[in-house]
Design a protein around this ligand. Sequence first.
Ligand SMILES: C[S@@+](CC[C@H](N)C(=O)[O-])C[C@H]1O[C@@H](n2cnc3c(N)ncnc32)[C@H](O)[C@@H]1O
Length: 224
Amino acid sequence: MYNHDLNNIPKFHGRRKGRKLSKSNQLALKIGDRYLIDKEDFKDVFLCKKNIILEIGFGDGENLINSAKQNSNFFYIGADPFLNTTAQCLNKILFHNLRNVLIWPDDVRKILELFPYNSISEIKILFPDPWPKKKHHNRRLIQKEFIEKIHQILKPKGTITISTDHDILKNWLLEKFQNYRKFEWMVRSSKDWRLRPPDCFQTKYELKSIAKKRKPSWFIFEKQ
Ligand SMILES: C[S@@+](CC[C@H](N)C(=O)[O-])C[C@H]1O[C@@H](n2cnc3c(N)ncnc32)[C@H](O)[C@@H]1O
Protein backbone atom coordinates (compact mmCIF):
# COMPACT_ATOMS: atom_id res chain seq x y z
CA MET A 1 0.00 0.00 0.00
CA TYR A 2 1.42 3.39 -0.98
CA ASN A 3 0.90 6.60 0.91
CA HIS A 4 2.13 9.63 -0.95
CA ASP A 5 1.63 12.13 1.84
CA LEU A 6 5.02 13.85 1.89
CA ASN A 7 4.01 16.67 4.20
CA ASN A 8 5.41 17.17 7.68
CA ILE A 9 8.95 16.13 6.76
CA PRO A 10 11.34 17.22 9.49
CA LYS A 11 13.94 19.82 8.51
CA PHE A 12 17.39 18.37 7.74
CA HIS A 13 20.15 19.92 9.90
CA GLY A 14 23.31 18.12 8.73
CA ARG A 15 25.85 19.17 6.08
CA ARG A 16 24.70 19.04 2.45
CA LYS A 17 28.00 20.05 0.85
CA GLY A 18 31.59 20.06 2.06
CA ARG A 19 34.92 20.58 0.29
CA LYS A 20 35.04 21.27 -3.43
CA LEU A 21 34.46 18.05 -5.36
CA SER A 22 37.43 16.45 -7.10
CA LYS A 23 37.28 16.29 -10.91
CA SER A 24 36.56 12.56 -10.84
CA ASN A 25 33.73 13.02 -8.33
CA GLN A 26 32.22 15.82 -10.45
CA LEU A 27 32.34 13.46 -13.40
CA ALA A 28 30.80 10.65 -11.35
CA LEU A 29 27.83 12.92 -10.49
CA LYS A 30 27.30 13.57 -14.20
CA ILE A 31 27.71 10.12 -15.67
CA GLY A 32 26.44 8.23 -12.66
CA ASP A 33 23.05 9.91 -12.55
CA ARG A 34 21.39 6.70 -13.76
CA TYR A 35 22.14 5.35 -10.30
CA LEU A 36 20.16 8.14 -8.63
CA ILE A 37 16.67 7.02 -7.74
CA ASP A 38 13.75 9.32 -8.38
CA LYS A 39 10.45 9.28 -6.50
CA GLU A 40 8.78 8.06 -9.71
CA ASP A 41 11.20 5.10 -9.95
CA PHE A 42 10.16 3.56 -6.69
CA LYS A 43 7.36 1.39 -8.00
CA ASP A 44 9.76 -0.23 -10.50
CA VAL A 45 12.27 -1.09 -7.80
CA PHE A 46 9.70 -3.18 -6.01
CA LEU A 47 8.94 -5.18 -9.14
CA CYS A 48 12.31 -6.86 -8.76
CA LYS A 49 12.04 -10.03 -6.74
CA LYS A 50 15.26 -9.47 -4.83
CA ASN A 51 15.61 -8.77 -1.14
CA ILE A 52 15.89 -5.01 -0.74
CA ILE A 53 18.33 -3.54 1.79
CA LEU A 54 18.13 0.15 2.72
CA GLU A 55 21.26 1.85 4.08
CA ILE A 56 20.65 5.24 5.67
CA GLY A 57 23.61 7.65 5.87
CA PHE A 58 26.08 5.57 3.84
CA GLY A 59 28.89 8.14 4.16
CA ASP A 60 31.82 7.14 1.95
CA GLY A 61 29.93 3.99 1.02
CA GLU A 62 32.30 1.35 2.40
CA ASN A 63 29.48 -0.80 3.74
CA LEU A 64 27.05 -0.12 0.89
CA ILE A 65 29.51 -0.83 -1.91
CA ASN A 66 31.16 -3.88 -0.35
CA SER A 67 27.77 -5.37 0.53
CA ALA A 68 26.48 -4.82 -3.02
CA LYS A 69 29.66 -6.35 -4.47
CA GLN A 70 29.38 -9.44 -2.30
CA ASN A 71 25.64 -10.03 -2.58
CA SER A 72 24.52 -9.71 -6.16
CA ASN A 73 21.24 -11.41 -5.21
CA PHE A 74 20.27 -8.48 -2.99
CA PHE A 75 19.23 -5.01 -4.14
CA TYR A 76 20.56 -2.01 -2.23
CA ILE A 77 19.19 1.51 -1.81
CA GLY A 78 21.51 4.00 -0.11
CA ALA A 79 20.28 7.37 1.21
CA ASP A 80 22.52 10.27 2.17
CA PRO A 81 21.95 14.02 1.61
CA PHE A 82 25.68 14.91 1.63
CA LEU A 83 26.73 15.70 -1.94
CA ASN A 84 30.41 14.82 -1.47
CA THR A 85 29.64 11.33 -0.17
CA THR A 86 27.05 10.75 -2.91
CA ALA A 87 29.67 11.63 -5.54
CA GLN A 88 32.26 9.41 -3.86
CA CYS A 89 29.84 6.53 -3.74
CA LEU A 90 28.75 6.95 -7.37
CA ASN A 91 32.41 6.87 -8.32
CA LYS A 92 32.79 3.48 -6.63
CA ILE A 93 29.54 2.14 -8.13
CA LEU A 94 30.78 3.10 -11.60
CA PHE A 95 34.24 1.67 -10.96
CA HIS A 96 32.83 -1.70 -9.92
CA ASN A 97 30.05 -1.54 -12.51
CA LEU A 98 27.46 -2.49 -9.90
CA ARG A 99 23.93 -3.31 -11.07
CA ASN A 100 22.25 -3.78 -7.73
CA VAL A 101 22.50 -0.35 -6.06
CA LEU A 102 20.55 2.90 -6.33
CA ILE A 103 21.22 6.13 -4.45
CA TRP A 104 18.72 8.58 -2.97
CA PRO A 105 20.85 11.73 -2.56
CA ASP A 106 18.71 13.35 0.10
CA ASP A 107 17.11 12.99 3.51
CA VAL A 108 15.73 9.44 3.86
CA ARG A 109 12.64 10.76 5.64
CA LYS A 110 11.44 12.18 2.30
CA ILE A 111 11.10 8.71 0.78
CA LEU A 112 9.93 6.51 3.64
CA GLU A 113 6.32 7.05 2.55
CA LEU A 114 7.14 5.66 -0.90
CA PHE A 115 8.15 2.22 0.31
CA PRO A 116 5.28 -0.27 0.21
CA TYR A 117 4.43 -1.87 3.53
CA ASN A 118 6.43 -5.07 4.25
CA SER A 119 8.83 -4.42 1.38
CA ILE A 120 12.32 -4.06 2.90
CA SER A 121 14.36 -6.98 4.21
CA GLU A 122 16.94 -5.02 6.18
CA ILE A 123 17.80 -1.48 7.18
CA LYS A 124 21.31 -0.42 8.17
CA ILE A 125 22.19 2.84 9.91
CA LEU A 126 25.89 2.91 10.73
CA PHE A 127 26.94 5.70 13.06
CA PRO A 128 24.12 8.20 12.58
CA ASP A 129 24.85 11.77 13.66
CA PRO A 130 24.37 11.70 17.45
CA TRP A 131 23.14 15.29 17.99
CA PRO A 132 24.23 14.96 21.62
CA LYS A 133 22.95 18.28 22.99
CA LYS A 134 19.60 18.06 24.72
CA LYS A 135 18.29 21.07 22.79
CA HIS A 136 19.03 19.21 19.55
CA HIS A 137 17.44 15.88 20.41
CA ASN A 138 14.61 16.50 17.94
CA ARG A 139 17.25 16.46 15.16
CA ARG A 140 18.12 12.83 15.85
CA LEU A 141 16.94 10.42 13.20
CA ILE A 142 15.75 7.80 15.67
CA GLN A 143 12.38 9.10 16.86
CA LYS A 144 9.09 7.37 17.65
CA GLU A 145 7.55 8.35 14.28
CA PHE A 146 10.62 7.09 12.41
CA ILE A 147 10.50 3.74 14.24
CA GLU A 148 6.77 3.40 13.48
CA LYS A 149 7.45 4.04 9.80
CA ILE A 150 10.31 1.58 9.47
CA HIS A 151 8.22 -1.01 11.27
CA GLN A 152 5.61 -0.65 8.51
CA ILE A 153 8.03 -0.95 5.61
CA LEU A 154 10.14 -3.81 6.96
CA LYS A 155 9.08 -7.34 6.10
CA PRO A 156 7.97 -9.53 9.03
CA LYS A 157 11.16 -10.60 10.86
CA GLY A 158 13.04 -7.90 8.91
CA THR A 159 15.86 -6.28 10.85
CA ILE A 160 17.34 -2.87 11.49
CA THR A 161 21.01 -2.64 12.47
CA ILE A 162 22.21 0.56 14.14
CA SER A 163 25.71 1.31 15.39
CA THR A 164 26.92 4.19 17.49
CA ASP A 165 29.92 5.14 19.62
CA HIS A 166 28.00 7.77 21.52
CA ASP A 167 26.57 6.94 24.96
CA ILE A 168 23.77 9.47 24.77
CA LEU A 169 22.56 8.18 21.42
CA LYS A 170 23.01 4.57 22.56
CA ASN A 171 20.71 5.06 25.54
CA TRP A 172 18.29 7.13 23.47
CA LEU A 173 17.84 4.53 20.74
CA LEU A 174 17.57 1.61 23.16
CA GLU A 175 14.87 3.44 25.07
CA LYS A 176 12.96 4.37 21.89
CA PHE A 177 13.01 0.82 20.50
CA GLN A 178 12.15 -0.80 23.81
CA ASN A 179 9.24 1.56 24.36
CA TYR A 180 7.88 0.77 20.92
CA ARG A 181 7.64 -2.97 21.74
CA LYS A 182 7.02 -4.17 18.19
CA PHE A 183 10.72 -4.81 17.69
CA GLU A 184 12.78 -7.39 19.54
CA TRP A 185 16.37 -6.54 20.42
CA MET A 186 18.36 -9.51 19.09
CA VAL A 187 20.79 -9.95 21.96
CA ARG A 188 21.96 -13.00 23.87
CA SER A 189 25.28 -11.84 25.25
CA SER A 190 27.35 -8.67 25.41
CA LYS A 191 29.29 -9.89 22.36
CA ASP A 192 26.16 -9.27 20.33
CA TRP A 193 26.33 -5.54 20.83
CA ARG A 194 30.08 -5.06 21.27
CA LEU A 195 31.15 -6.68 18.01
CA ARG A 196 30.37 -5.55 14.49
CA PRO A 197 27.89 -8.03 12.95
CA PRO A 198 29.50 -10.24 10.28
CA ASP A 199 27.37 -8.74 7.50
CA CYS A 200 28.57 -5.15 8.14
CA PHE A 201 31.82 -3.75 6.75
CA GLN A 202 34.11 -1.38 8.59
CA THR A 203 33.36 2.25 7.71
CA LYS A 204 35.40 5.43 7.86
CA TYR A 205 33.49 6.53 10.92
CA GLU A 206 34.15 3.27 12.76
CA LEU A 207 37.89 3.61 12.05
CA LYS A 208 37.85 7.18 13.39
CA SER A 209 36.00 6.04 16.46
CA ILE A 210 38.50 3.23 17.20
CA ALA A 211 41.42 5.65 16.65
CA LYS A 212 39.89 7.89 19.33
CA LYS A 213 39.65 4.84 21.66
CA ARG A 214 35.86 4.94 21.67
CA LYS A 215 33.86 1.73 21.80
CA PRO A 216 31.27 1.27 19.06
CA SER A 217 28.07 -0.59 19.93
CA TRP A 218 25.91 -2.49 17.46
CA PHE A 219 22.21 -3.08 17.91
CA ILE A 220 19.98 -5.34 15.83
CA PHE A 221 16.20 -5.09 16.23
CA GLU A 222 13.86 -7.54 14.56
CA LYS A 223 10.32 -6.69 13.49
CA GLN A 224 7.77 -8.74 15.48
C1 LIG B 1 28.51 10.23 11.13
S1 LIG B 1 28.21 9.97 9.42
C2 LIG B 1 28.45 8.20 9.24
C3 LIG B 1 28.69 7.79 7.82
C4 LIG B 1 28.91 6.29 7.56
N1 LIG B 1 27.73 5.52 7.87
C5 LIG B 1 30.08 5.75 8.33
O1 LIG B 1 29.87 4.91 9.23
O2 LIG B 1 31.23 6.15 8.04
C6 LIG B 1 26.43 10.12 9.32
C7 LIG B 1 25.91 10.16 7.89
O3 LIG B 1 24.47 10.15 7.90
C8 LIG B 1 23.99 11.05 6.93
N2 LIG B 1 22.64 11.46 7.34
C9 LIG B 1 22.31 12.27 8.38
N3 LIG B 1 20.98 12.45 8.43
C10 LIG B 1 20.44 11.72 7.40
C11 LIG B 1 19.12 11.52 6.92
N4 LIG B 1 18.07 12.11 7.51
N5 LIG B 1 18.94 10.73 5.85
C12 LIG B 1 20.00 10.12 5.24
N6 LIG B 1 21.29 10.27 5.65
C13 LIG B 1 21.50 11.07 6.71
C14 LIG B 1 25.03 12.18 6.92
O4 LIG B 1 25.01 12.95 5.72
C15 LIG B 1 26.34 11.40 7.10
O5 LIG B 1 26.90 11.00 5.85
